[in-house]
Structure formats: C-alpha cells, structure tokens
Design a protein around this ligand. Structure first.
Ligand code: DC
Length: 220
C-alpha cells in the first residue's frame, strides 16, 4: 500500500504523515529531506547555488541515505547524520535551487521509488502524487490558510532556531509557495483524484482521524 501526501509548507504534512505511519505501522518517507540533504552538503562545500553543473557533480559524489529508525526518520549525508541540521534556515533558504534541477529530481525520484519498493509506505512532499507515485493507493492533498501555516512554522522554528518574527515567517512561506507552485519541474499541484483536506480549523488529532478513515476505505 502506498499513501501519498502533498501540500504546501506548513500544511501539516510531516506531522500528520509521521503520525499516520506510526498508527498504521508502515514506513515513512520525507522526500523533502533528500533535497535538503544535498543543499546542506552544497553549502558546506561552498558550491555556488547558481552552478547547476557543480550541484549535479556534487550529487553524483554524495551518498544520501534515509532510514526509518527507532528515533524516527533520519537522513545521512556520506554517513554524517544531518537530520537536525537540514532544518536550519541556510538550508531552507537555498533548497529551491537544488530542487529545480532536472538531473537532481530524476535521481531523487529513483531513490524515493527504490525506498518504497515492496513496502507499505506513506510518502510526503510536493510531487508524490503527480510524479513519483502516480499509482498510489491513496492520494491526499493537505492545505491550510497561510496565516495558520505561518503560526505553525513560527512555533516550530522557535524550538529550533530561537526567536523569529511571525510576519517574516509568513512572508517566507508565501515566497516558498510561489516558487514551489510555479517552477518548471514537478511543481506543487493537486492531482484530480486527490482527497483534499483543509486543516486550518482542525486539530492534529482530527486530521489524523479523518485520514485514517479515508485510508481505511482502500481495502473496502
Ligand atoms: O517539505 P520540505 O519543506 O522539507 O521541502 C524542502 C524543499 O524541497 C521545498 O522547498 C520543496 C522541495 N521539495 C520538492 O521539490 N519535492 C518534494 N517531493 C519535496 C520537497
């Protein structure tokens, strides 16, 4: 069984997908972590984010490993555990350069499909339904009002990066939405057969309950 969740940043994809994976005892794939991993390495190595060829060469020389462990979903770059560092602002700010390169996307998609092969899995990202798993058993699109998404992201960042301004977070989200939705390659979009859920006025538990019910329909 393959379940996919797409949606904009701050719509609750990661939190919800992780909880669903746990409740359903299935694997979890955070596809964004892979793009973040390459961005992290490029920043560490000082590769120019405008140098597509340099970024492709870097990817070919990099081992990105993703794993479901007892600590949750973990990401390694050449055996360094980067799970926390890939959430830092220098990665978030630059990841769009990396995720808009055709060769990079092709390699990441191959890796994501291999990871899911023969597994029961829930995968989240931007192009899970439209490109990576077009035959998924259940396609979900999560959305929420921009201000609520900003508030959620703001409280997450408070835990990780210290104080941040809500207004700045909302502005950053708007820019990321724009980049994700208008890019030439695999832009974020809702496919026709997706189950659309607006989480603006729902608690996490309510969202999980609705989706468990929806996923439960697969085998009926
Ligand atoms: O979900 P996230 O914020 O960790 O994603 C990081 C970036 O990677 C985001 O700007 C969009 C991009 N991304 C993508 O292009 N395709 C995916 N399947 C997942 C993420």
């Amino acid at each position: 069984m393959v379940v996919v969740i797409d949606g904009p940043a701050g719509s609750g994809k990661s939190t919800i997908a992780k909880m669903l994976a746990e409740r359903l005892s299935i694997k979890y794939l955070d596809s964004g972590a892979m793009y973040r991993a390459l961005t992290w390495k490029a920043a560490k190595k000082g590769v120019d984010f405008h140098d597509d060829e340099g970024l492709c060469k870097l990817l070919s020389a990099t081992c990105i490993r993703i794993e479901n462990t007892k600590n949750g979903f973990e990401t390694y770059v050449d055996d360094v555990n980067v799970t926390r560092e890939i959430r830092l602002p220098f990665v978030t700010k630059n990841v769009h350069y990396v995720s808009n390169i055709e060769f990079v996307r092709e390699k990441m998609v191959e890796h994501q499909r291999r990871f899911a092969e023969g597994e029961n899995i829930i995968a989240e990202g931007r192009d899970m339904a439209s490109v990576v798993f077009p035959d998924a058993d259940k396609k979900i699109y999560l959305d929420a009002d921009i201000t609520v998404r900003g508030e959620r992201r703001h409280s997450e960042l408070g835990n990780l990066n210290g104080p941040s301004q809500l207004l700045t977070v909302v502005e950053d989200l708007k820019q990321r939405d724009h980049k994700d939705m208008t890019r030439g390659l695999a832009p974020l979009k809702q496919v026709d057969d997706a189950f659309y859920l607006d989480t603006t006025r729902l608690t996490i538990e309510e969202v999980v309950a609705i989706l468990i019910e929806e996923i439960g329909q697969i085998s009926k």
